[in-house]
Every structure is written in structure tokens, then in C-alpha cells.
Design a protein around this ligand. Structure first.
Ligand code: FAD
Length: 429
């Protein structure tokens, strides 16, 4: 029993930032695209809700008016560590806007999905993809889904399928994509609080001295991100590493918030708005390959969170835009090896753009698991404004290429000295 069958030129599984961005840019080029999303909108997604200028750039490219009500602007990052506080503005840049944003995922994702629909994509909500459909050679030809409250089965077919189904990434796994256990993974929790004192803070605040209950410093940070609607998003995230041992980070939030000034309203249950929730962050391309038999992986489904700072939205959108640049050309070719050859350009292009940077990120995250290095960053670097300004540019991947100033040149040179990521199986710049 498969129920009715629907056809499109491209199927996008998942309407998070990755899927909505891909669908928007595909639909703008006249491609028939169907997006299958298991939830209904608006819906919650566990996130810090913070957007760097890198993510804002993608919103602007999708024609989103970021000056409209509902967006809260920030001018940079404030670091707090062991009594030191340092504010660093987002860099002036030729490539990125000079501001960041916050907006809860409650309606952020809906807004992006609506942009895709306005561009011509067809969105099926409450449609959960359960399995790939494959031809005799194993190539994907569509997906099987269950739809609506009764779980009515339905098949969707298309010559190209994009997996944008987030951290679980089940579609890719069903197609033989591998999780690379040695690559970094983070865990993060967040909770909303009503905080008149902090909700309009012009900076995203980040506390760097994250410690286990036994006092050992951890590779990660905690945050207070202002939402401008009376609330803040507070949370903490750590890199999972055998050297730092297992830590129940859910238990770390309350003790950390006890350290914040009482007038911020972040202590105890009184000002909490909703429960504490957490999820994993798949980093540094820890799922490969990014193209397998007609299936293209974007966003968390492809392990695309930046290992340097835990940012995932910008990279999910970036991959969505990139895939949409290449797929129309592939569709213009006859089905078979010549089309698949063009699809193979996608992982190569991801590698070219981000391979070396993510390699650097993996080394950085590995160093952060060493207490000596973590202490150096969180206790010494944080005292120096120029060092932290350079760190922001490096860790948020905000340098101009080609470089516009000495810091850009330094950051770009550092990235370039990192060797190719051979497992991406592709050319790197
Ligand atoms: C606590 C926490 C804090 C974070 N903070 C930040 C932050 O401040 N800034 C930042 O940039 N990143 C942050 N991230 C990372 C960020 O949330 C993700 O990287 C980002 O959401 C990835 O987008 P995506 O579209 O790939 O996946 P998702 O946003 O997870 O979207 C996947 C979509 O697929 C749908 N789906 C899943 N399975 C199926 C299926 N079988 N059928 C149909 N639909 C399906 C889901 O319902 C969902 O809508 C944080 C993550 C966590 C856990």
C-alpha cells in the first residue's frame, strides 16, 4: 500500500534552514520542487537562536527583510571569563553584513519555508519520510512517506532527492551514508528566561570558563542571547571528547546561572519560560559522502556544524544555496552517469569552500579538549582585544577572501596551510 504518488523534479526532505533555503533557490530558477516536512509550522527546534553575519548574508540573499518586527539585531560578541569582560564588534567586511540577529526557531523556520513557497516550492507538512525508494542499481528515485494525522502512506518520486532532515539524518543513513565517529560532535542545552535586564542587550554574551562540577575546565561555552521580546535564550554546549570524560550538561545550567547577577532574573524557576531542552551538534563533516546515488546531503544531515563555534544555521543555508546552484544543471542532462557526474560536483564544491577550514576546526576542537589549551584561550586570550578580534574572525569564519586587511590575510593563510581533507574525496583550494 503506497497511496497516491506525486512527482517533482527535486524532493527536499526537511524544511529547516537547509531545506527551505535549497527549495527557495531551486524554485526561483523554475525547478519543480516539493518539500516534505514531518512537523506542522510553527514548531519548536532546540537552538540558541543566534545568527552571525554569515547567516544574515544568506537571509538577505533570500530577500528576508531583517529590519521587520520580530528580528533582534546585535553588534557583536561579549566574552566573560574569570572576572574579565570583553566586547568585540562583528568585523567590518566586504562580504558580510556588519550585524548579527536573533529570532526563535519557533517562527524563523516557518518564515524561511514561506519564502520557499512564495518562490514556487510546494510544501507538504505533517509528511514524515520513512524510507528511500530505489531502482535496481540502488539509485534513489524518490521517498516513501506517511502523511497527516492518520499516517496515510504516500510515495513521492523525483530524479534528485536532497536530505535536509537534520541531526538524525535517517534518509542518508538508509542510503549508506556513514557517521565518522572520530569527527567532533557537540551536545548543547538551552532554556528561555524572561529577563527585562538582558533581552535588549546589543551583544551576544558568551561565558568561556565552563567547568564540570569537579572543577575541570570543559571545551565549550555557555551563552545568553537576547531575543528582544522580553526573553533571552540561555544555554551551554560542549564538545564530546573521551579525554574530558562524560558530563551531564543538563545539570550544569542551573549552577552556572547561579553565578549571574540576581537582577538578570536567570536564577531559579521563577522567570523560566518553558523546559530545558537539548540536542546533538554534528560537526566537521562527520557524515559522508555528501552525494550518494542521487541523494545530496545538506546541513546537519551532512554534519555541517562549524567545529570552531557550534554554528549550524549559516552552513545549512550555505549548503542549501550551493546545491541549488548545481542541481538545475544536472537536471538539464539525461538521467544516468552524465547527470550523476554533475551531482558529484556538489561534494567537491563543499570541499573546496569549507574542506580546509573544517579541517582547521577539527584540530581546534581537538586542542580544546586539552585543559592547558582551553585555559590559554579562556584566560589569556580573552584579556587581549586584538587577539579576541582575530579569534572572532577565525572562529566565526568571517574573513574576506581575498583578504581586505592584515587580520584577514593572517586568518586566510592559517586556513590555507591546513592539508586537504582526503575523506571528502575531492579537490580543495
Ligand atoms: C542547543 C543548540 C543550540 C544551537 N544554537 C545554534 C545557534 O545559536 N546558531 C546556529 O547557527 N546554530 C545553532 N545550533 C545548530 C542548529 O540548530 C542546526 O545546525 C540547524 O538547525 C541545522 O539546520 P538543518 O536545516 O540542517 O536541520 P534542522 O533545523 O534540524 O531541520 C531539519 C528538518 O527536517 C525535518 N525532518 C526530520 N526528519 C524528517 C523526516 N523523516 N521526514 C520529514 N521531515 C523530517 C525536521 O522536522 C526539521 O524541520 C544549535 C543546536 C543546538 C542543539
Amino acid at each position: 500500500m503506497t497511496g497516491p504518488r506525486s512527482e517533482a523534479q527535486v524532493l527536499v526532505v526537511g524544511a529547516g534552514p537547509a531545506g527551505a533555503t535549497a527549495a527557495y533557490h531551486l524554485a526561483r530558477q523554475g525547478v519543480e520542487v516539493a518539500v516534505l516536512e514531518k512537523s506542522g509550522f510553527p514548531r519548536e527546534k532546540v537552538c540558541g537562536d543566534g545568527l552571525t553575519p554569515r547567516a544574515v548574508r544568506h537571509l538577505v540573499r533570500m530577500g528576508v527583510d531583517t529590519s521587520a518586527p520580530g528580528w533582534s539585531r546585535n553588534r557583536g560578541l561579549r566574552f566573560v571569563s574569570r572576572g574579565v569582560t570583553l566586547e568585540v564588534d562583528w568585523p567590518e567586511s566586504n562580504s558580510f553584513p556588519g550585524y548579527g540577529l536573533t529570532r526563535t526557531r519557533h517562527d524563523f523556520d516557518q518564515l524561511l519555508a514561506e519564502r520557499a513557497v512564495a518562490a514556487g516550492a510546494v510544501l507538504y507538512t505533517r509528511t514524515k519520510v520513512t524510507a528511500p525508494l530505489r531502482d535496481a542499481s540502488g539509485r534513489i528515485t524518490g521517498v516513501r512517506a506517511v502523511c497527516g494525522p492518520d499516517g496515510e502512506p504516500r510515495d513521492f518520486s523525483a530524479p534528485v532527492v536532497i536530505a535536509a532532515d537534520g541531526v538524525a539524518g535517517r534518509l542518508g543513513l538508509a542510503m549508506g551514508v556513514t557517521r565518522l565517529g572520530k569527527r567532533p560532535v557537540g551536545t548543547a542545552v538551552r532554556r528561555y528566561y524572561r529577563s527585562p535586564a538582558k533581552h535588549q542587550d546589543p551583544y551576544l554574551e558568551s561565558w568561556l570558563d565552563l567547568r564540570r562540577p569537579d572543577g575541570r575546565i570543559l571545551p565549550g561555552y555557555s551563552w545568553i542571547f537576547p531575543l528582544g521580546d522580553g526573553r533571552v535564550n540561555v544555554g551551554l554546549g560542549v564538545l564530546n571528547d573521551s579525554r574530558t570524560g562524560t558530563t551531564d550538561i543538563r545539570k550544569m545550567l542551573a549552577p552556572w546561572l547561579e553565578r549571574t547577577p540576581r537582577e538578570w532574573g536567570l536564577r531559579g524557576e521563577e522567570h523560566a519560560d518553558g523546559p530545558l531542552r537539548g540536542a546533538a551538534l554534528p560537526m566537521g563533516f562527520n557524515r559522508l559522502p555528501h552525494h550518494r546515488q542521487g541523494l545530496l546531503l545538506i546541513g546537519d544531515a551532512g554534519g555541517m556544524v562549524n567545529p570552531c563555534n557550534g554554528e549550524g544555521i549559516a552552513y545549512a543555508m550555505e549548503a542549501g544555496e550551493l546545491v541549488a546552484d548545481l542541481v538545475p544543471q544536472a537536471l538539464s542532462r539525461p538521467s544516468g552517469p552524465s547527470r550523476d557526474q554533475l551531482l558529484e560536483r556538489y561534494p567537491r564544491e563543499v570541499a573546496t569552500r569549507l574542506g580546509r577550514y573544517y579541517r582547521l576546526g577539527r584540530v581546534f576542537s581537538s586542542l580544546m579538549a586539552r585543559p592547558l589549551f582551553t585555559s590559554l584561550v579562556t584566560q589569556n586570550a580573552v584579556k587581549s582585544p586584538p587577539v579576541m578580534a582575530a579569534m572572532v574572525r577565525l572562529l566565526s569564519n568571517l574573513s574576506d577572501r581575498p583578504g581586505a586587511d592584515a587580520v584577514d590575510h593572517l586568518v586566510n593563510t592559517l586556513v590555507r596551510v591546513f592539508p586537504r581533507d582526503k575523506e571528502l574525496g575531492a579537490r580543495h583550494r
